[in-house]
Design a protein around this ligand. Sequence first.
Ligand code: SAH
Ligand code: SF4
Length: 353
Amino acid sequence: MKQSIGDFTQDELRDVIKPAFRVKQIWQWMYHKYAIDFSHMKNLPKELATFLEERYTICPLEIVTAQESVDGSIKYLFRLDDGHTIEAVLLLMRDEQYHQDGTLKHHKRYTICLSSQVGCKVGCAFCLTAKGGFVRNLTPSEIVYQVLMIKKINAIDANRRVNIVYMGMGEPLDNLDNVAKAIKILSDPDGMSISASRQTISTSGLSAKIAKLGSMQLGVNLAISLHAVDDALREKLMPINKAYNIESIIHAVKDFPINERKRVMFEYLVIKDINDDIASAKKLLKLLDGIKAKVNLIYFNPYDGTLFQRPSKKSMESFQEYLTKRGLLCTIRESKGLDISAACGQLREQYLE
Ligand code: SAH
Ligand code: SF4
């Protein structure tokens, strides 16, 4: 099967495509003009277009369906070449704002949430993606083209800034090589130019891979899905904790190179009567002592068949207040796209039924 040209960095393509300036032209067609057909690349010599067509495909996925939320976020289901499906979400973080005279003050601000694998090996008890087991890693182009297709479909200009979070389906650090390559391709100034400092990897806490990611010096941000403050509970919720316990994660985070102006994000999925008590907030505060951290509390988003429940607004707010009053930055994640079931795996599940 032909490989997508989106799997390669510019350096890699320059080894195959001569003269080198043609690579930049091809990239401009792909990443600035969103061309998904070599024959549309008008300034390429015919022989080169034919050579490319014989050797590569471009876009490795197609859109199956989209669901728009009342808050303006849109969730996409994509089908890959081998028929498997993955989800990605365009999150509208801030709408357009205008001055009184009607001129534009701020553009819309977007974050795109990407999948890194079909399924996931980690098997967290609360996660729908885990239910279907692990199928396979995504290739670099399958990661990159989630962003590109979402920008193309929504006519988001190539130079309009977007943020990227690897918080869709899959564990990004379990597919580190391909994710790292996607980060490089996405951040290339000749391509989509989404600098690594605008990209955040979310991990269930594969401590050894956090260390490896740090040593790669990509400049990417880190988010840890912590969800529990003692090992016994965390093991129940996230079996990966048997291999990498909380202490090992904290250790890896302390060694991780972060930009001076950034913080490591700790995601804490709040589940009613499981981890929503103030004693947990107290332990969390202690655990994060000495780390430049921010905490993001997430409402558990229920789905058919789960025994876990969404916490009350009151317990979320008390938890947050406990931390903020003691100087730990803590936000409650707005339940963006709740009406379209934004938590990973849920659109796919509906579609498979
Ligand atoms: N595997 C990585 C990244 C993908 S999961 C990780 O676990 O960090 C992204 C986020 O979705 C995680 O923080 C996870 O806790 C959250 N999530 C999973 N199931 C959820 C649900 N039912 N409701 C709300 N958030 C959920
Ligand atoms: Fe995998 Fe993340 Fe879901 Fe856990 S929460 S099963 S690590 S996708």
